[in-house]
Ligand binder design. Structure first.
Ligand code: ATP
Length: 232
């Protein structure tokens, strides 16, 4: 199986702060990888670097064989639209919800490519199949939803494009255990269909047995396969 994501020698940070140190990381087509580690060790920064959203970065990041990394001088976010068109989708940490939009409008924000926009009704239906509680809330304002429902909207928005690689940042964050388990279960109920996923999580137990592989992140460095290793 070819690698959809190939990261080599990635160093990244914010202002004077270096958060990632010489990170190399591979994800195969269709693979589901758990990126685990404690709060503040760089999981989010790694996902954001792939989407070109960090303060600065150097090193190589290849998505489907195309270089999307390198040293950036244009500023965070400037290259992100091109990276999304190249096959990346991301559900950021903490929902990034627009409270004044309805669920349907919010999901449509994720239908970023022309193809996804043309198919947005069908893709919304797919999201409602995955997260059934959202169906009856289609026209409700997102600002009025519960934490679990908002997380479903946030993850669902990333699923509105047909991406080669999905980055899902802490789907369980701030949710009651039962609710986070249902969000994760729904995510894994998606047919794999060649979609690779990297899921950043502090809660290792939530991913255990569900992902193909887990890698640990500690102090800005990857620790290889940590499927059975305590991170503390
Ligand atoms: N925008 C920013 N500006 C400055 N420092 C930041 C910024 N974002 C994160 N950091 C710092 O980078 C380090 C790594 O943070 P990061 O969010 O990547 O960790 P994490 O493992 O994903 O943890 P979390 O679960 O809290 O997101 C932390 O020390 C954090 O304080």
């Amino acid at each position: 199986m070819a690698d959809i994501l190939e990261i080599d020698g990635l160093t990244a940070g914010y202002g004077p702060l270096r958060v990632l140190h010489d990170v190399s990381f591979r994800v195969a087509e269709g693979e589901r990888v758990g990126l685990v580690g404690l709060n503040g060790h760089g999981k989010t920064t790694l996902l954001r670097a792939v989407a070109s959203l960090v303060g600065w970065q150097s090193g190589s990041i290849r998505l489907a064989g195309r270089e999307i990394g390198g040293t950036r001088s244009t500023g965070p976010g400037r290259r992100t639209p091109g990276i999304v068109r190249a096959g990346l989708a991301m559900a950021p940490q903490g929902d990034a919800i627009f409270p004044g939009l309805t669920v349907a409008q919010h999901l449509d924000c994720g239908a970023y490519t022309p193809k996804a926009w043309a198919e947005r009704r069908r893709r919304r239906e797919m999201v409602f199949d995955i997260f059934p509680p959202l169906r009856k809330l289609e026209h409700a304002l997102v600002g009025r939803l519960s934490g679990g429902e908002r997380r479903m909207v946030s993850v669902g928005r990333a699923l509105m494009v047909e991406a080669k690689l999905y980055l899902i940042d802490e789907p369980s964050l701030g949710l009651a255990p039962k609710i986070s388990a249902s969000v994760i279960e729904a995510l894994f109920a998606l047919p794999q269909d060649g979609r690779a996923m990297v899921i950043a999580e502090q809660n290792v137990a939530l991913l255990s047995g569900r992902v193909d592989r887990m890698v640990g992140m500690h102090a800005g460095r990857l620790r290889g396969d940590v499927g059975h290793v305590s991170l503390h």
